[in-house]
Design a protein around this ligand. Structure first.
Ligand code: ATP
Ligand code: MG
Length: 648
């Protein structure tokens, strides 16, 4: 690898931060040496109805697998996000909403949030929704989506949010799996100026369900577009809530009662219905929010994730609201009306903390520095990323151009399964290395193991596992406990397997090298996808790259690279040679791609992650069986890729 720049802790941030490096080390050590004591104390970061006396009861052993936290305590997640703040911050903005159209905005105070959520909760009750019923939420990024999640939590119903960009088939599967009786939706959603017929998709989904449990559809009027109405099943949100009482008591929930179901993104296969419970999840979301984003009273916080993803659950809704923060919800896309949109929003609301995904950063980089530089961004003090490995040069751009070298970047590694962030720098406490998610959060014990499950010491590369539980860990795959055990606990004994691979460097920093399924084995050498891709995107006209292995007579596997160029550039033979040289110089001869295909797009999940499993099929010419593509953002890209496949 080339020489690496380390970004030392920013003194300005450090002076104000919750922890410095010394304190991080001390607290971390305590949390590992005596987890019971540590989590007993941290559990108090939320309010309990009946305080817990028991901290954890966990066994990662396949045969006796169980995970319980704070299990004799009772609480309500919604009360923690709203009611507890009313005495001190009723008139503070809880949610800022910025519509797709830059002139649409709303400010929702904690008091108004309380009223909206109580009314919604009462409306749900009136429709017969009870504790532990599953309610499906299929919504645009509008405040009603958050109201719906919180209203469910208030009455003890389990929400299952389905991303508003999903098709009716994907929606039907999820309604069916959760045996939902109620779906909450909107007439249409608006993103990037385009409308999506959500209600129409619900109608189609309902028809796809043979023996459906679905009996009520609640519709928020977002655009007023034409919709087909089914009397007796469909209800306007306004009609239901307008006359509902402003008062709705919170259901007292056991710590281990389910809070929500959420499906993983589907990057590696069929999505898993991840189940999170109430107490541990709330403690973990709340605590990580405060430390990782170094949240202080008055900060304006914006996470661009959709509520359809785990990031939208933990770090748009539950984490920030549990801390009494102001959280910004954005309905639109980063490039509409133009590539300055994010920074205009930052300036408009004086956003201090900004959290997004590498896919958005790469997309914005394609437009160059100008759209960023024409905005001020003076309010920013912290930047974050999540979702995929961030290529070091995208990191540098984020740091230098967006953050003007004044904001630390928290590269946060986590999963739907983990409920909250597990690997991350802490602002003011951790020196940064571009592309590394750095160190574990308090109480988190990562390890690297070889394929037999032996723990690797010191600097190493291997399967990323966790040796111990944390409160925000998923409890099961909804209605498929066997799948839970088999997916995460069967390969390596007494460890939680993440499905990712990572490298640990001489400072103990973790670098995600890619998914286990995506590892390329060239002449017996294992290569992670992330590092080869990062080498390729160092070229100034390369915007994005994805590499996969393909069968190779001599090497076992060869390297096939799909490359997207910046706007206005074209691929050439000479460029291929330059890229091969870059890979050779950055990593070594072993990492030189055998084949390079220039492409205008890549197959991505709706959450913006590259689906390398589809690229593998394209690279090896197996076009027939592409596996589960229900979470693919743009299916037409697959055809363009197969048509332009390069054969050596
Ligand atoms: P599925 O499990 O259905 O294949 P998915 O893994 O993409 O989908 P998510 O839970 O949304 O679903 O994503 C978690 C994964 O995202 C991680 O396992 C990791 O591969 C990747 N990831 C998340 N954050 C980071 C990060 N900061 N650095 C590197 N990779 C990350
Ligand atoms: Mg996953």
């Amino acid at each position: 690898m080339n020489t690496l720049q380390i970004y030392n802790v920013d003194e300005n941030v450090a002076s104000n931060a919750w922890v410095d490096h010394e304190r991080y080390l001390t607290l971390y050590q305590q949390s590992i040496d005596n987890p019971e004591a540590f989590w007993r104390e941290q559990g108090k970061c939320i309010n309990w109805i009946k305080p817990y006396t028991q901290i954890r009861d966990v066994d990662f052993n396949y045969d006796n697998l169980h995970i319980r936290w704070y299990y004799d305590g009772t609480l309500n997640a919604c009360a923690n996000c709203i009611d507890r703040h009313l005495p001190t911050r009723a008139h503070q903005t809880a949610i800022i909403w910025e519509g797709d159209n830059p002139s649409d905005e709303a400010y929702i105070t904690y008091q108004v949030l309380y009223e909206k959520v109580c009314q919604f909760a009462n409306a749900l009750k009136k429709l017969g929704v009870k504790k532990s019923d599953v309610v499906t939420i299929y919504m645009p990024m509008i405040p009603e989506a958050a109201y719906a999640m919180l209203a469910c939590a208030r009455i003890g119903a389990i929400h299952s949010v389905v991303f508003g960009g999903f098709s009716s088939e994907a929606l039907a599967n999820r309604i069916d799996n959760g045996l939902s009786r109620v779906v909450i939706t909107a007439d249409e959603s608006v993103r990037g100026g385009k409308r999506t017929p959500l209600k129409e998709n619900v109608n189609t989904a309902a028809k796809l369900l043979k023996e459906t449990t679905l009996d009520s559809v609640i519709v928020v009027k977002r655009t007023g577009g034409d919709i087909h109405w089914e009397e007796g099943r469909d209800y306007w949100y306004d009609d239901l809530v307008n006359n509902a009482s402003l008062d709705c008591p919170c259901e007292e929930m056991d710590a281990e009662d389910p809070l929500f179901i959420l499906y993983t993104s589907g990057s590696t296969g069929k999505p898993k219905g991840v189940l999170h419970t109430t107490g541990g999840y709330m403690v973990y979301a709340s605590l990580t929010y405060r430390y990782v984003f170094d949240y202080h009273e008055g900060d304006i916080y914006w996470c661009t994730a959709d509520v359809g993803w785990i990031t939208g659950h933990s770090y748009v809704v539950f984490g920030p609201l549990a801390n009494g923060a102001t959280t910004l919800m954005f309905e639109g896309t980063p490039t509409y009306p133009d590539a300055s949109r994010c920074w205009q929003i930052v300036d408009k609301y004086k956003v201090n903390i900004f959290y997004t995904a590498p896919t958005a950063i790469r997309a914005l980089m394609r437009f160059g520095d100008e759209p960023v530089k024409k905005t001020s961004r003076q309010s920013l003090k912290l930047l974050g990323t999540v979702g995929e490995p961030i290529n070091p040069n995208a990191w540098e751009w984020y740091y230098n151009i967006v953050g003007k070298q004044q904001c630390p970047i928290v590269d946060t590694w986590w999963q739907t399964e983990t409920g909250g962030i597990l690997l991350t720098p802490l602002p003011g406490a951790t020196n940064l290395k571009p592309g590394s998610a750095t160190l574990p959060f308090f109480g988190i014990e990562p390890a690297l193991v070889d394929d037999k499950g032996s723990i690797l010491q010191d600097t190493a590369e291997g399967n990323l596992v966790f040796l111990n539980s944390w409160p925000g860990q998923m409890r099961t795959v909804y209605q498929h406990h066997e799948r839970f055990r088999n997916t995460y606990f069967s390969n390596f004994k007494n460890m939680f397997m993440t499905g990712d691979r990572a490298r640990r460097d001489e400072d103990g920093y973790y670098w995600i090298t890619g998914r286990v399924d995506d590892v390329i084995n060239v002449s017996g050498h294992r290569l992670g996808t992330a590092e080869i891709e990062s080498a390729l995107v160092k070229h100034e006209i390369v915007a994005e790259a994805a590499v996969v292995g393909f069968p190779h007579d001599i090497k076992g596997q060869g390297i096939y690279a799909f490359v997207i160029l910046v706007v206005g550039k074209e691929g050439s033979k000479a460029l291929c040679e330059e890229l091969k040289l870059m890979a050779r110089q950055e990593i070594g001869p072993i990492a030189v791609p055998d084949i390079i295909q220039f492409t205008p797009g890549l197959p991505k999940t709706r959450s913006g992650k590259i689906m390398r499993r589809i690229l593998r099929k394209v690279a090896s010419g197996e076009f027939d069986d592409l596996g589960d593509i229900s979470t693919l953002a743009d299916p037409t890209i697959v055809e363009s890729l197969t048509l332009n496949r390069v054969i050596k």
